[in-house]
Ligand binder design. Structure first.
Ligand SMILES: NC(=O)c1ccc[n+]([C@@H]2O[C@H](COP(=O)([O-])OP(=O)(O)OC[C@H]3O[C@@H](n4cnc5c(N)ncnc54)[C@H](O)[C@@H]3O)[C@@H](O)[C@H]2O)c1
Ligand SMILES: [Zn+2]
Length: 389
């Protein structure tokens, strides 16, 4: 029988901001020792929400105390409402009240929401104190906890206020995913499939072969998936910390995904579901452009459906609504939308698209008819494409 290692450390190489991602089953109960090993000491502000606190707060608090830390809780609300300037300010108030000093640290225990707001607070308090990510959702474990993007929302847009601020260590315990609602689990699988599509064909094939294990969260499949996604994210981030080049490939599925989230007022779909829908639509654009075969598109869409993600574009959406929602995307450059499109499994290109091309694609899409030509704003030259390696 094959033995599976239940622990691994993935390095994120960023010079003097380098750190490790610890992926280990059951590591939460030993978190104090792991933090000591990472050079943390003193007071630890645990930022968490009532749901996660109820499940794991006590265990983390106890493990920190046993290792000689002085932990205290900072509770933020459940859901996106915690990612606001108001709650950032409340976290800072707590740090001031507790007289937290430069050598102390802030720990985010929760999903992407908690990690984003806590990380931003850590980056600004005393011009930056050590920050620890303990992600508890699939989205947070494979994506948001690694790479240093932190921030809060503005009433006019998501993630408009923030900073790049790398954690001291990321601690991933697969066991905590057992309590995740199944909708959240499945949504996270969209980001997992994304890694296969953008950069790793063998990983995509692994996912195709292990749909059953993904659906029932088999330990072995889960560990492999978490490790591989963390390795891939670490590798992409290490090469382009501030997203001026290759890191943009991580936005595959997000141009249309973010637009759909905004169109649905962040209620119709949760983030990963919208990303899955975005990948289906962006692959369809790539096919219409002639840069991706229908076989590749079908293969991707098949996997998206098999894991249980939604895949149909809402019938009610109008072109103008979609276009306007896409304008808020941070990847809009001088009016063109720079969209990450697949060229084959494991490879993508960044392609500038103008309004007219998207409108044409949209009407074809709505009529479910065949190919569209001339979608690209300008002729594609290799210098405008960002390709793997
Ligand atoms: N910083 C980045 O690079 C980055 C990347 C991707 C997404 N994000 C951000 O992350 C956020 C989405 O994160 P998310 O999907 O983790 O959502 P989330 O943080 O809202 O968590 C989803 C839900 O799961 C609950 N939960 C968390 N862990 C649980 C557990 N172990 N058991 C049971 N319930 C649990 C939470 O209380 C919440 O209700 C968005 O704000 C998005 O913008 C940031
Ligand atoms: Zn995402």
């Amino acid at each position: 029988m094959k033995t599976v290692s239940t622990s691994s450390r993935v390095p994120v190489a960023l010079g003097d901001r380098s750190y490790e991602i610890v992926v280990q089953s059951g590591v939460l109960s030993q978190i104090g020792n792991v933090l000591q090993g990472a050079g943390c000491s003193g007071r630890v502000g645990i930022v968490t929400n009532p749901v996660v606190n109820q499940l794991y707060g006590r265990m983390v608090h106890r493990a920190l105390r046993q290792a000689g830390f002085s932990p205290f809780f900072i509770i933020v609300p459940d859901g996106e409402q915690a990612k606001t300037v108001k709650w950032l300010s409340k976290i800072l108030d707590a740090l001031v009240t507790q007289r937290v000093e430069r050598q102390d640290c802030l720990l985010a225990l929760g999903g992407g929401v908690t990690g984003d707001v806590a990380g931003f607070a850590a980056s600004t308090y005393l011009r930056g104190i050590p920050f620890v990510q303990v992600p508890t959702t699939l989205v947070a474990q494979v994506d948001s906890s690694v790479g240093g993007k932190t921030g809060v929302n503005h009433p006019h847009g998501k993630n408009l206020i923030g900073a790049f601020y790398q954690p001291q260590i990321v601690i991933v315990d697969p066991h905590v995913l057992a309590t995740l609602p199944s909708r959240q689990w499945i949504a996270g699988l969209a980001e997992v499939i994304k890694y296969g599509m953008i950069t790793d064909k063998p990983f995509f094939e692994y996912l195709e072969q292990h749909v059953e294990g993904l659906r029932n969260q088999s330990d072995e499949v889960l560990l492999h998936v978490l490790r591989r996604c963390c390795e891939l994210k670490a590798e992409v981030v290490a090469g382009d910390e501030r997203e001026s080049g290759r890191r943009r490939i991580l936005n595959y599925g997000h141009t249309i995904g973010h637009a759909l989230e905004s169109w649905g007022h962040y209620k119709k779909w949760i983030h990963g579901e919208a990303v899955g829908l975005g990948m289906v639509q962006e692959a369809s654009i790539a096919e219409n452009l002639g840069i991706c075969s229908s076989a590749v598109v079908e293969r991707q869409n098949d996997l998206i459906k098999r894991v249980g993600l939604p895949s149909g574009m809402p019938k009610k959406i109008k072109f103008l609504e979609l276009w306007q929602a896409m304008q808020h995307d941070k990847k809009v450059v001088k009016g063109d939308i720079h969209c990450v499109l697949p060229t084959c499994i494991g490879e993508v290109a960044v392609v500038p698209l103008v309004r007219e091309s998207i409108r044409k694609w949209f009407s074809v899409q709505q009529r479910s008819s065949s190919k569209l030509m001339n979608l690209v704003s300008k002729p594609l030259s290799s210098s405008r494409l960002v390709r793997k390696k």
